[in-house]
Design a protein around this ligand. Structure first.
Ligand code: OAD
Length: 256
């Protein structure tokens, strides 16, 4: 057995043994759908644009047209691509665990809605959703489908502007998402990190936190991350290939 295939078998066994699983995903899980990650040196958003000019409240206040257009562009990209086999594998695994009377909490830093389109439920969207926008004055939310982007920025009915309901740098994670993920991370017996560079808090600390509370840890990533050296098993490669392989080791059919 090669190292890679024995690690795959170990990963599958860890998942089979766990009663309470947390999966944390980042932009890497959507890369094979055709969405750019943030920190890829060539294709990543932050290799082309300055996050401080696009993903902060100050940036929005300084140039609401630019920020609105960028998030609307990201929405159209997310809407027009399809979930990939990695998303479907996670959806199928969650369904399987639930049917076994066990739990799988999916926490994502992604705002693209692809997990839900691949069957995942109760997704904890830590950084919000690009599908939901809100008024800067009242915080009242609406679906992006109710908005017209013909004139931007978009005035709200209450004298504010409509902004994406995502968490920008310098903003707090919403209490509900924060507390759901905190509880799940503290109580899981297996923590799986998929396609995240593990560099943005609070998600960056979740793996260490889970480990500190006795959980087994698994990482699936194309490249090494700050967590690679501390996890029980690290599987290196694209999540859209590795996750389906794990599922087939477990004899679970993906609902793609
Ligand atoms: P990053 O761009 O920081 O990291 C993506 C990770 O996915 C990297 O470790 C890649 O090596 C890995 N990767 C790329 N393609 C992959 C593939 N096909 N399969 C598996 N892994 C792959 O994205 P995040 O970690 O999600 O926040 O970034 C976290 C936050 O920083 C984002 O939510 C966003 C960003 O700034 C805000 O905008 C507030």
């Amino acid at each position: 057995m090669t190292n890679a295939s024995s690690n795959l078998t170990r990963a599958a066994q860890m998942i089979a043994d766990a009663r309470s699983v947390v999966i944390l995903t980042g932009a890497g899980v959507s890369a094979e759908s055709g969405l750019a990650t943030f920190r890829d040196p060539e294709e990543g958003h932050w290799s082309k644009y300055d996050p401080m000019q696009l993903a902060t409240l100050d940036a929005f206040n300084a140039d609401p047209e630019l920020v609105t257009r960028w998030y609307h562009w990201r929405f159209t990209r997310a809407r027009d691509v399809q979930p990939n086999p990695g998303h479907f594998a996670i959806g199928a695994l969650q369904k399987h665990k639930t049917e076994q009377g066990q739990s799988l909490t999916l926490i994502t830093q992604n705002v693209d809605g692809l997990h839900q389109r691949a069957g995942a439920t109760s997704v904890v969207e830590l950084h919000g959703s690009i599908y939901t926008w809100r008024c800067t004055k009242t915080q009242e939310e609406c679906s992006i489908r109710e908005l017209s982007f013909e004139t931007v920025p978009i005035p709200s009915e209450h004298g504010g502007l409509m902004r994406p309901s995502v968490v920008w740098f310098g903003e707090r994670i919403r209490y509900r998402q924060w507390s759901q993920s905190f509880t799940a991370v503290r109580n899981c017996d297996l923590f799986i990190s998929v396609g995240t560079s593990g560099t943005v808090e609070p998600a960056a600390s979740y793996l260490r936190d889970a480990k500190g509370h006795g959980a087994a840890t698994l990482e699936i990533n194309r490249d090494p991350t700050p967590n690679t050296g501390i996890v029980d098993v690290a599987l290196q490669g694209p999540s859209g290939r590795i996750l389906p392989l794990i599922l087939s080791e477990l004899g679970i059919e993906s609902n793609q």
